[in-house]
Write a protein that binds this ligand. Structure first.
Ligand code: ADP
Length: 173
């Protein structure tokens, strides 16, 4: 893959603080908030985010929907629903890949140039970090290879384990 490695960057910290064009939320199908990164995003964005989400009618696993960012530094939030890990035989890899692709497609449609992803499904949803990281990196690099309107994708690492998994996935040829 011939993607300039500086277009995919690891960053450690809290995704809600990032001044990018869009942050991605690892939401649940209701889109009405939850724990983990979802809760953090809703707390930081304020109640107007929940009000907009109520009108969206939920979101299927693997799909993505966009809202404004309200009090966040990022003007947009792209909500995607990762698969719950059930051992890997229930379509989880394809669904997780779809989360990345559909989020990036929505980002392009809204003129987003810099986007930040959390490690979708790697919290409560239990996806093993290594597998999730290699899917994330593969899908993002494939997408960027054909799409130069997205300048930079940040992979936000909330823990050292996740950071290591991404670093390994990025090193693979
Ligand atoms: P899921 O239900 O998709 O597993 P979680 O929110 O439980 O979603 O976890 C997804 C990932 O987001 C985990 O790696 C978790 O450590 C990380 N995370 C939690 N809070 C934040 C935050 N504020 N910024 C960035 N990443 C976060």
């Amino acid at each position: 893959m011939t993607v300039d490695s500086s277009r995919v960057r690891l960053i450690t910290g809290d995704i809600t603080q990032l001044a990018v064009d869009a942050i991605v939320n690892a939401a649940n199908r209701s889109l009405l908030g939850g724990g983990g990164v979802d809760g953090a995003i809703h707390r930081a964005a304020g109640p107007a985010l929940l009000a907009e989400c109520r009108d969206l009618g939920g979101c299927e696993t693997g799909e993505a929907k966009i809202t404004r960012g309200y009090r966040l530094p990022a003007p947009y939030v792209i909500h995607t629903v990762g698969p719950i890990w059930q051992g890997g035989g229930m379509g989880e890899p394809a669904l997780l890949a779809a989360c990345y692709r559909n989020s990036l497609q929505l980002a392009v449609a809204y003129g987003v140039r810099a986007i930040a992803f959390p490690a979708i499904s790697c919290g409560v949803y239990g996806y093993p970090f290594e597998e999730a990281a290699s899917i994330a990196v593969r899908e993002i690099e494939r997408f960027l290879a054909d799409e130069d309107r997205i300048a930079t994708v940040y992979l936000v690492c909330f823990s050292e384990d996740v950071r290591q998994a991404y670093a390994q996935a990025l090193e693979k040829p």
